[in-house]
Write a protein that binds this ligand. Structure first.
Ligand SMILES: C[S@@+](CC[C@H](N)C(=O)[O-])C[C@H]1O[C@@H](n2cnc3c(N)ncnc32)[C@H](O)[C@@H]1O
Length: 328
């Protein structure tokens, strides 16, 4: 999900230089940056307004000791605990295979009996299984078969994925000696406003259109709550969830949203913002906005290749990713 995976070495350097004990990752997404901060020894507050990022951060960042034992993984992959069929009936013929959809219902029949970090780990492994099996990891199309190119991730059944992904998540669990936490909510409601370091990686407002995370990740969000308390737009082909408004996705509201985020964290030790050069507003404007709360603003441009779509030659272009670092 626009994951900052490739930027991690740059972020690691910047975070180490800033230093301190407490850090906030306000838009956690895949959770990789929160995890990096935990590895670097911070007490981390990880936040996202979607549920599945919050569950992943709970399992990998807040959790410091609980793992899924092999018996439990076997049970989740075994016969169902009840006859639920919500996923099979709602997504009949869409995404994955019939066997995979049956597994998702069956896995949830066991996950519903779990609590705490066992539940968070199992949901994370299920979400990651679905993300890896769906081509490009986005749920804007329902028939992935045209992408079947022999890649292992697309060939494994979701049950086989789950066994592997559960072990992957088990391997992430460690304690850095501090207490971290994961929360689900709006950036403007994060209570830890005085952390030593605040990392902001909001959605980018593209010059046209909007940046709609739910459109791409609705299946993962629904799966993370077994579609409870969410609304499926029944008339859509993808059976996506209703859009969740965020002021960061629109060029009309982005500047105000950025400024309000900076003001919210004005008392933090340092604010680090990731932003794409391909988005609105431009770097000079962001520097001004951040400068309103942090007098010293450093801008680092990081070039990387970014791939658009599947037509390699036509669709690659250079974009810069900027890091803005605001300090007192
Ligand atoms: C660019 S992604 C973050 C990617 C993340 N740094 C990573 O490496 O995976 C932006 C995230 O912001 C979340 N988000 C959007 N609007 C938000 C808001 N108002 N408050 C909190 N989170 C929000 C989205 O759900 C999405 O996960």
């Amino acid at each position: 999900m626009g994951s900052k995976y490739r930027l991690l070495p740059h972020l690691e350097r910047v975070f180490a230089e800033i230093g301190g004990e407490t850090a906030v990752d306000a838009f956690s997404g895949s959770g990789v940056v929160s995890y990096l901060l935990k590895v670097q020894g911070f007490a981390v507050t990880s936040n996202d307004f979607l549920n599945f990022p919050a569950v992943i951060a709970a399992a990998t960042v807040q959790n410091s000791s609980v793992r899924l034992d092999q018996d439990l993984i076997d049970t989740i992959c075994g016969p169902p605990a009840d006859d639920r069929d919500f996923i099979q009936s709602t997504f009949d013929g869409l995404y994955f295979t019939a066997e995979d959809r049956q597994f998702l219902d069956s896995a949830w029949s066991h996950i519903d009996r779990l609590t705490g970090h066992r539940r968070n780990l199992a949901i994370s492994a299920l979400v990651l299984s679905a993300a890896r099996k769906q081509p490009r990891g986005v749920f804007t199309f329902t028939d992935g078969t045209k992408y079947a190119d022999g890649r292992r991730d697309l060939k494994l059944s979701l049950r086989e994925h789950f066994r592997e992904r559960a072990l992957d998540y088990n391997a992430t669990v460690f304690s850095n000696g501090r207490r971290s936490r994961a929360r689900r909510g709006d950036v403007f409601e994060i209570p830890d406003t005085t952390a030593d370091l605040v990392y902001l990686d909001p959605p980018y407002a593209p010059p046209s259109d909007d940046n709609d995370y739910i459109k791409r990740y609705h299946f993962l969000e629904g799966l993370s709550v077994y579609w409870r308390d969410v609304t499926i737009m029944a008339n859509t082909k993808t059976k996506k969830l209703e859009k969740r408004f965020t002021p960061f996705a629109y060029k009309r509201t982005i500047e105000d949203a950025l400024l309000r985020s900076f003001e919210h964290f004005a008392d933090a030790g340092a604010i680090v913002l990731s932003y794409s050069s391909n988005a609105i507003p431009e770097a000079a404007r962001i520097r001004d906005l951040l400068g309103k709360v942090k007098p010293s603003v450093e801008v680092i441009a990081i070039d990387h290749k970014y791939s658009f779509g599947t037509h390699v030659a036509a669709a690659r272009r250079d974009v810069s990713e900027y890091l803005f670092i605001g300090r007192d």
